[in-house]
Each structure stands twice: as C-alpha cells, then as structure tokens.
Design a protein. Structure first.
Length: 484
C-alpha cells in the first residue's frame, strides 16, 4: 500500500454555519441522531425507483449503484422516502461545497425570488450578476484576476470546456489540443474527445480530430514504469520532446488542458513539481494552459483552487459545480490577451441564470468567511490518515491518495503478483461490494478510476471532525464485510 499526498496539518473541529440557523440546525440534528441510531439497511425496490427504471433513459448511471429515492436533506445528511438517513460523501459529485440546503444559500435564493429580479436575462447584466462577477474574481489570485475576462457559458462544466476550446483555437489560429490519459472533461462531443476513458466514446465511432493524449503522472500505475520523481521527470521530458521535435508528428497545439487532480480518473493529484514543469513547458513553447477546476475549484483540495498548491497560474481556467451554489452554472475565466472572439462567437440561453449567481455569491462568501479551504485541508488530512490506517490492515488497498476533501482509495487484487513498480491489478468487483456495504451502513460513496476500482470521497466542505470519523468508521466496516 502507498499513501499519496498526505498532510500533517492540525485538525480543528469545524462547526458549519448551518448550526446558526435554528430551522436548519434542527433538521441536521434530527437526521444526525437518526443516522447514529441506524441498523443495516436492506435496499429493496420502491415505486419511485421502479418508475425511474421504466421511464428514464438507459443512460442513467448513479441510480444503478445507489438505488435511492431522496426526500429531505440538510448539511451532510440525506433522507430517502423510506426514512433511512445517509451520510453523503458524493454531494452532487462535489457540487455542494456547503452541503445540502445551507441557510446562506437558501436565504439568498428566497431573497432573489422575492425581489422581483428577472430570473432569466441571457447575458444582460443585473446587480446580482455584477456582484457575482466580482465575487468570482475575488477568489482568484490577484495577479491573474487583474487581467481576467469571464465568459458565461451553459449550465454544465462540459459547456465551459467547449467554450475554452473555442477560445484558444480562435486566439491561436491552431487546432490541436493536448489532453491526458485518465482525463474527464464532460460528455458533450468536443469534451468527450478529450476524455481518457474509452467506454463512453467507443460506441460513437469517429470523434473530433486534433486531440493528442499524453501520460498523466499516476505514480501507483506509472505509465513509464518508473513511479515517483523519476516518473515525473520522464513525463516532462517526453512532453518537452514532443513540443520541440519538428518530426514529432504533432502540430503545434492550441492548448494543453489538464485537471490538477483527476477526479473521475481516480482521485489522482498531479505532483506539484509536475504542474510547475508543465506551466514552464507551456510558457516556453507559447501554448495556452487550460486548468479544468470544475471539480477541484473553490476550496475542495485545501486551497481555493488546486493550481495554487503549485504556485502557478493558468492562461484559462474552467469553473462549474460549486460556483453555482448547487445550481447550474459554468464559466471560463481567461487572460485578456485571448479575448479575440467577435460578439456572438459564443452564447448560451441559460448563461444568465440569476438564481445560480445569487447562490454562487452566497456560497463564495461562506467559503471565504469560514475559511473552508483551510477546513478542507485539515479534515481531509484527518480522513486520509484514517483511511491509510486501514491500508495497514487490508492488503486489498493499493493506494490512498488525494488532496483536501477529494480523496480516493484504490482497491486491488491482493492475491495477484505486483508489477515492476509494486502495483497490483484492479479489483472492480470488490470495489462494487464495498460501495454496496457502505450504502447498507448509511454512507454514500461513488466509484471511479481505472476499471471503477477507486472508492471516492467528496463530502461537503462543512463536514465536521466527528462526521469525518464516522465516515472512516463505516468505510472500515464495509471494507471488512466486503473482503470477508
């Protein structure tokens, strides 16, 4: 077993702002008490789930592994229609930075609804939009924000990725994009072309041309068979050669796009030295660097943005999920020198979502006031240390890794022979059993990574130390049951 990117920060027992609202605190206390009194849940059918199976698209995904029909939620807890209470470590795939129904967000929504503000304005400005723009820029490093422009996109992160691709291709006059193995940038056609996972795009046949995939620094399964610092050095040398060699076969790219922590790819944090080296290569070869912070942004990894761990700045940053306070919103923020597109060159009907902007401003205010990035670093270290302790007991844990409250546990076949760098084959069946046993015990987690063998933890940033300990305890019980 390996423990990757651990932190030794001291831990404070963070208390979420929801405790200041009697209504919200009352529901949170009720759900928390009932969760602690739970028994093992037998997850059967419900008429809502049956109708979902009959009528919803076959593309539905989460309900297949998490067969739940939810009725209420507060903070880190959700309750289903049968009265069962769960700790939610999925939180809208990281969207709900403040958890469910945070009072700051619900109050902002109610004020906006009662204000008479038009809720749909395309890209016509309003006081809410002006405030939101200032709040977003205020979270970014000052040197980047000083020269930044914002493009409002459609509702999803994939929409913002599509806009970013269009932006750099128009600005540079080039078309090739360098992406990374294991990447996830969305499910629209252009974003899907950038995806490392072959499954979702194999059935489509031809994808958009002009994407070149590069090895991502995945130490446990190092694509160069080296691992550690040697793997980082090899990756950077490979990319430098590709960009320098006139016979590399790869045209000079319009951009490099990268996740500073691969989320769907298995909670793999890019080493600081690698990100710094990548920034240097992009600058030296005059290639715009796009940082996809859709899942990592706004405190998730222990800094406001994950690129800040490396002390670098992007040319373009893609934002979604937490930026809308739980409502659909996506943005591209970029250096003004790339602002070359003509009026109307990119648009989207729902780029003027006023409720999402109000919720987003409320969320960013709480993030800053309560230093939830610091809380994520501290509580993430607490959870990571407890997960690592299980790795000493269970040989089926190949690696515990991540940053802040964005953590993964890779499950492997303990009986198999390790490869040259010590990695054992993935064990997707075990991972599926662990997820099921977690759910039976009242813990919602998702799977990701190669072969779906990584258990992913993305709790709200308002989770408390006591709740972190409960998450770790339930996971240990589930792992023991699934391994028996």
């Amino acid at each position: 077993m390996r423990l990757s990117a651990a932190s030794s920060s001291p831990v404070s027992d963070h208390v979420p702002a929801a405790s200041r609202s009697p209504l919200h605190a009352g529901l949170a206390a009720e759900l928390g008490d009932r969760h602690r009194q739970r028994t093992l849940y037998e997850l059967g059918d419900h008429p809502l789930l049956e109708r979902q199976r009959q009528r919803e698209s076959n593309a539905r995904s989460y309900p297949r592994r998490l067969p739940l029909a939810l009725s209420r939620a507060q903070g880190v807890y959700v309750e289903d229609v049968e009265g069962r209470v769960f700790l939610d470590c999925l939180a809208g795939a990281g969207t709900l930075a403040l958890g469910h129904n945070h009072p700051a967000v619900t109050d902002a929504l109610m004020r906006t609804l009662h204000s008479g503000l038009p809720l749909h304005t395309l890209d016509i400005t309003t006081p809410v939009k002006d405030r939101f723009m200032q709040d977003v820029l205020g979270t970014l490093p000052a040197t980047f924000a000083r020269h930044a422009r914002i493009q409002f996109c459609g509702p999803t992160g994939a929409d913002a990725v599509e806009a970013a691709l269009k932006l750099v291709r128009l600005a540079t006059g080039r078309s090739t994009v360098l992406a990374f193995q294991g990447a996830y940038h969305g499910m629209t056609q252009g974003a899907l072309t950038l995806m490392g996972n072959l499954g979702p795009k194999a059935a489509l046949g031809g994808n958009l041309s002009g994407v070149q995939f590069l090895p991502y620094p995945y130490s446990y399964r190092c694509p160069f068979g080296l691992g550690g610092d040697a793997g980082v050095a090899a990756s950077l040398a490979y990319m430098d050669n590709l960009l320098s060699d006139p016979e590399s076969g790869v045209p000079r790219p319009a951009a490099i796009i990268v996740e500073p922590v691969q989320g769907e790819g298995g909670m793999i944090p890019a080493p600081v030295a690698w990100l710094q080296g990548l920034r240097g290569l992009a600058t030296r070869h005059e290639v715009p660097l796009i940082l996809d912070e859709v899942q990592t942004g706004f405190g998730r990894t222990g800094r406001m943005f994950a690129f800040e761990h490396a002390g670098i700045e992007p040319d373009v940053v893609v934002l979604s999920k937490a930026v809308g306070g739980g409502l659909p919103m996506s943005l591209v923020v970029y250096h003004e020198r790339f602002d070359t597109w003509r009026p109307g060159a990119h648009a989207g009907t729902f780029r003027g979502n006023q409720l999402a902007m109000a919720a987003g401003s409320a969320t960013l205010a709480v993030l800053r006031a309560e230093r939830l990035d610091v809380a994520a670093a501290e509580l993430g270290a607490r959870l990571q240390q407890q997960l690592a302790a299980y790795a000493e007991r269970f040989a089926c844990i190949g690696e515990v890794r991540g940053r802040g409250l964005m953590l993964g546990v890779e499950l492997v076949d303990a009986a198999a022979v390790p490869d040259a760098v010590g990695a054992r084959p993935a064990h997707p069946a075990l991972a599926a059993r662990v997820q099921r046993e977690c759910l039976r015990r009242g813990l919602i987690v998702e799977l990701g990574g190669r072969h779906g063998c990584v258990v992913r933890f993305l709790p709200p940033l308002t989770i408390t130390a006591a709740q972190v300990d409960e998450v770790a305890r339930i996971f240990g019980q589930a792992l023991a049951a699934a391994s028996a």
